[in-house]
Design a protein around this ligand. Structure first.
Ligand SMILES: Nc1ncnc2c1ncn2[C@@H]1O[C@H](COP(=O)(O)OP(=O)(O)OP(=O)(O)O)[C@@H](O)[C@H]1O
Length: 379
């Protein structure tokens, strides 16, 4: 029998805030989403309260999990700011404004702690949609596996999760004895995506705090085990949702994917600026759909004006990681859930992805990543 919202609120009356107020009556609860036994909500806090409220969050999770009919609970803490800083999420049917975490850069000490067992978290981002960010993230992850590393993939593109399709995986993750989600494993990569948990249309209507809450849980409430690198496929763009995600994820660095057109490069520049703003080192830029390889005659044409990303990377002072052509094999293998890096590892495309993976691995190992330039203040 499905659990009712009123029962959840009743259970939350027994959870007290640090000042003794019952959580249910505190006005800090966001919308409660209940679907197929899964309960998702967030507790609004000020950023400074994060530590004090972690025990409240855990108590709320325990209280709701104990209710009959509840199979899974996701509770997040959100520090909100008024609308105006809208995410890509559409407006709420209720007419409520979209609210997001405060996206101002925080000092490194305020950044969330790393994930136990995970050595490096690397974001793959793009300034705009459709440039091949997810395809690059997937093949980069597989390239890192080919280098002998233990690799995970977190699909954080909450409004258009592509990794289930790219890896050819469906189905909900199992829950282990510690009540953590067990990631699917394919081609040697542990994969977690919001696409495994809810259907796309449901995630589309989530408010900013719900998105952050779900992503936070996907980072921390997943049994990742020991990983050398966790690749995070970011939502495309450089809006507040992406900035908040970049700020709140303990990232070792970011890879920016761009196509060679001027417009996309402008977006890529915004991507670099976004990571600089939150003091996340940019590991480099990948030029995707660099040249077009004719499937009939094999002729290679630079249809978008090849080389722009390399030039732009030089100008921005960030490494150029490599280029991937626009090729039918890459599109077909991606659409079939058989990424080229796994299915044709000795082919030219896989070798190009492998070279990019090697540069990323080297940068992580040596720490030779491009850090944001220091700001000089003249008084
Ligand atoms: N190098 C490539 N050659 C051919 N097709 C490609 C290449 N890279 C990506 N594609 C295709 O382009 C489409 C978009 O790719 P992908 O989903 O990776 O982009 P994205 O930037 O992650 O998009 P979104 O903004 O939707 O998240 C897919 O159909 C993919 O197969």
């Amino acid at each position: 029998m499905a659990v009712a919202e009123i029962e959840i609120k009743r259970a939350l009356e027994k959870v007290a805030l640090p000042d003794g107020t019952p959580l249910a009556a505190s006005g800090r609860l966001t919308n409660i989403v209940v679907k197929d036994g899964k309960v998702i909500f967030a507790i609004a806090i000020n950023a400074a309260e994060a530590n004090a409220f972690e025990t409240v969050r855990q108590a709320a999770e325990r209280a709701v999990r104990a209710l009959p009919g509840v199979s899974q609970v996701l509770v997040g803490l959100t520090a909100e700011k008024p609308a105006g800083a809208a995410a890509r999420a559409p407006a709420q049917p209720s007419g409520q404004e979209t609210r997001l975490h405060d996206a101002k850069p925080s000092p490194a000490s305020a950044k969330s702690a790393g994930i136990p067992g995970v050595k490096h978290i690397v974001a793959v981002a793009s300034g705009k949609g459709g440039v091949g960010k997810s395809t690059t993230a997937c093949n980069l992850a597989l390239g890192l596996v080919a280098l002998g590393l233990k690799v995970g993939m977190l699909d954080a593109d909450i409004y258009g999760p592509s990794q289930p399709k790219l890896f050819g995986i469906t189905g909900k993750p199992a829950i282990d004895a510690q009540r953590k989600m067990v990631p699917h494993e394919r081609y040697g990569v542990k994969v977690m995506s919001i696409g495994f948990l809810v259907d796309e249309t449901q995630a589309m209507i989530w408010r900013g705090p719900m998105v952050m809450s779900a992503l936070g849980q996907m980072l921390r409430d997943v049994a990742w085990g020991e990983l050398d690198v966790l690749v995070v496929d970011m939502p495309p763009g450089t809006g507040d949702a992406q900035l908040t995600l970049a700020q709140q994820t303990p990232l070792a660095g970011a890879v920016i994917v761009s196509t060679p057109q001027d417009l996309a490069l402008l977006d890529a520049r915004r991507g670099v600026a976004m990571f600089n703003k939150v003091s996340v080192p940019v590991l480099g830029v990948v030029e995707n759909m660099s040249t077009f390889c004719c499937p009939n005659c094999g002729h290679v044409s630079p249809i978008f004006g090849h080389g722009g990303a390399r030039h732009e990377a030089e100008k921005l002072g960030v490494p150029f990681l490599g280029e991937i052509p626009l090729d039918m094999e890459i599109r077909e293998t991606s659409d079939e859930g058989c990424p080229v890096m796994a299915t044709n590892p000795s082919g030219a495309h896989a070798q190009a992805y492998l070279a990019i993976a090697q540069r990323v691995a080297d940068a992580l190992k040596t720490g030779s990543v491009s850090r944001p330039a220091p700001r000089i203040v003249i008084e």
